[in-house]
Design a binder for this molecule. Structure first.
Ligand code: CO8
Length: 261
């Protein structure tokens, strides 16, 4: 943990990488140096064969209160355009391993967008999601407008982006933006996310990656193309030992021993 200044990276279980945003004084505002470290830790976890799933979290008070406004405030159009500002902030969505966001407290602006880039969101009852960019004279820049509309539909996405209102954990769950609200208690949501990550890690990892790939493809493709893609990937899994093992274990009434091959 000494190598990073703005995040903590640990292995609560050999098969689970836990990345904790750790810039408490700024409510985990997402500065460029923080994102550089986050991307590095994410890529390390993605490349580590012993890791099956990744959990991303913040503090009790804030998952992340957005992009660092103080870093952005004096930037000019020419700076942000030339350097393609925020371009490398979407890397998390390109990982092959599942990422679970465990959200407590504020997930605002870029913080909300970061959670939306993850595969699964679990929320503590304290979680507050919002896109307050409209109050700063801008709009979401980390995919919020696009991912929200796919996640919660046009009217709700418009409401969030146009009013900047925070949405409670309960509302976010009712809207389908998060899987569920986890029970009360400090650290509970992270505990629950780690348990889920361990469960995912216990499956055959080729099938896990394939499942993530096909669900994500559903965001990009027409239904006909998506169904065809899913079937082709499904067919391909018959070339794996894990498919032979998984189906043999069922027939023999025993637990499958996947070898990720
Ligand atoms: N950037 C920089 N500093 C921040 C940020 C931020 N987004 N949020 C909080 N801080 C700092 C505060 O300035 C304060 O610092 P200091 O002690 O030096 O004054 C410290 O964190 C604590 O904050 P508060 O005193 O404000 O704490 P409160 O409990 O009173 O309020 C709030 C908490 C409501 C969360 C409040 O801090 C707030 O409104 N923050 C800004 C929220 C916001 O507007 N976020 C959107 C930013 S724009 C954006 O995210 C663009 C997205 C770009 C894409 C990103 C891709 C991933």
């Amino acid at each position: 943990n000494t190598e990073y200044q703005f995040i903590l990276s640990s292995r609560p279980d050999p098969s689970v990488a836990l990345i904790t945003l750790n810039r408490p004084k700024a409510l985990n505002a997402l500065s460029s140096p923080l994102f550089k470290e986050l991307n590095q830790a994410l890529f390390e976890a993605d490349a580590d064969d012993s890791v099956g799933a990744i959990v991303l979290t913040g503090s009790e008070k804030a998952f992340a209160a957005g992009a660092d406004i103080k870093e952005m405030k004096d930037k000019e159009y020419s700076d942000v355009y030339k350097n393609n500002f925020l371009e490398n902030w979407g890397q998390i969505a390109k990982l092959r391993k599942p990422v679970i966001a465990a959200v407590s407290g504020y997930a605002l602006g870029g913080g909300c967008e970061l959670a939306l880039m993850c595969d699964i969101i679990l929320a503590s009852p304290t979680a507050k999601f919002g896109q307050p960019e409209i109050n700063l004279g801008v709009i979401p820049g980390g995919g919020g407008s696009q991912r929200l509309v796919r996640s919660i539909g046009k009217s709700r996405a418009m409401e969030m982006c146009l009013t900047g209102r925070n949405v409670s954990a309960q509302e976010a769950a009712e809207w389908g933006m998060v899987s569920r609200v986890v029970g009360e208690g400090e650290g509970k949501v992270v505990e629950e996310a780690i348990t889920m990550a361990k469960e995912i890690s216990s499956k055959g990892q080729i099938a896990v990656q394939a499942a993530k790939e096909v669900v994500n493809a559903g965001y990009e493709l027409t239904l006909a193309e998506g169904l065809r893609f899913e079937r082709r990937i499904f067919h391909g899994l018959f070339a794996t030992k894990d498919q032979k093992e998984g189906m043999a274990a069922f027939a023999e009434k025993r637990k499958a021993q996947f070898t990720n091959s």
